[in-house]
Design a binder for this molecule. Structure first.
Ligand SMILES: NC(=O)c1ccc[n+]([C@@H]2O[C@H](COP(=O)([O-])OP(=O)(O)OC[C@H]3O[C@@H](n4cnc5c(N)ncnc54)[C@H](OP(=O)(O)O)[C@@H]3O)[C@@H](O)[C@H]2O)c1
Length: 278
């Protein structure tokens, strides 16, 4: 089963969901603080992709970064996940919707290619359907045409991935999932990815795991390594092979989140956290 060659990607992604009018300023701030990977989606309901483009433009003008310094990731979202502000003609075929969504993303981001194009979620919570097969083929065509470097899928179960693999489709370079500690930090999907060199991107590492963040064990560990509980969680995530996303709106937290890259947790602490709620 072919897997895409994975080019270097940043070790932290800045997520732009739910920022609305603050999207341009927060995108620019994230770049100023040192993030080089930006996650967005052509889904106006939760993201303001055009605002991300405005933030990028401001950063280019200020001489902070160039396009080639950045890893830009966007998503195709089915109509069911959108509101009325669609980036495609809902009467068009799914393949055409993918092409229209990508053209609109390139316009929003003022670029000729994105580094990663992710299927925001399969059409069914349960199965990898014929619609997903059509979308995935269309996404592959965007990649083949040079408008995308790498492809990904999001909000997928192990079953989705196994069914996708059974179609003999090209496997994704990325899986982006919400990562719950109580599910062993999405252990089954992470294992599938690890065996196939798929990069696992984890989101809601903090918001989905409040019980971990406030656990005395994490507080003690954080104090012993002179870090915050949030930094411990990000450092732990990286130690088990997760590429983390943060959606912080705070300049201090941006700095702290990036600083967690220098934090090395003792191996026994990593094992304890991995199994504490799994
Ligand atoms: N594929 C999907 O379906 C999907 C779904 C959800 C999200 N995402 C992506 O993932 C990104 C991140 O989403 P998320 O759910 O992980 O994050 P999020 O919901 O945006 O929130 C992160 C939360 O953690 C807090 N935080 C961050 N750093 C912190 C620190 N160092 N100390 C204390 N609190 C801290 C933030 O508060 P402050 O703002 O106060 O720092 C915020 O409340 C999104 O923006 C989006 O790009 C994708």
């Amino acid at each position: 089963m072919p897997t895409q060659a994975v080019s270097p990607v940043p070790d932290f992604l800045y997520g732009t969901a739910w920022k609305e009018d603050r999207t341009p300023a927060l995108t620019e701030l994230a770049l100023r603080k040192g993030f080089r990977g930006i996650d967005t989606a052509n889904q106006r309901r939760h993201y303001f992709e055009e605002g991300v483009g405005q933030g990028l433009a401001a950063a280019y003008r200020a001489g902070l970064v160039k396009r080639d310094d950045l890893f830009l990731q966007t998503k195709f979202t089915y109509q069911g996940g959108q509101d009325h502000r669609l980036p495609y003609d809902p009467a068009a075929s799914l393949s055409v919707q993918v092409a229209q969504s990508m053209a609109s993303s390139l316009d929003h981001l003022a670029t000729d290619h994105v580094d990663s194009f992710v299927l925001h979620g399969p059409s069914s919570n349960y199965d990898w359907t014929d619609a997903d097969v059509e979308i995935w083929e269309a996404m592959g065509k965007e990649r083949d045409a040079g408008r995308v470097r790498l492809l990904g899928v999001s909000n997928v179960s192990l079953r989705h991935l196994q069914q996708m693999a059974a179609t003999r489709a090209e496997l994704p370079a990325f899986v982006q999932n919400r990562c719950y500690a109580r599910l062993g930090w999405d252990r089954a999907v992470r294992m599938f990815c690890g065996e196939r060199k798929i990069i696992y991107q984890g989101f809601s590492l903090l918001t989905a795991n409040q019980e971990v963040l406030h656990h005395p064990l994490i507080a003690n560990l954080a104090a012993s390594v002179n870090a915050t509980p949030a930094q411990v969680v990000f450092s732990f995530a990286r130690a088990i092979g997760i590429l983390p996303l943060t959606g912080t709106s705070s300049a201090d937290h941006m700095q702290q989140d990036l600083a967690s890259r220098d934090l090395m947790l003792p191996p026994n602490a990593v094992q304890t956290i991995e199994s504490m709620a799994g």
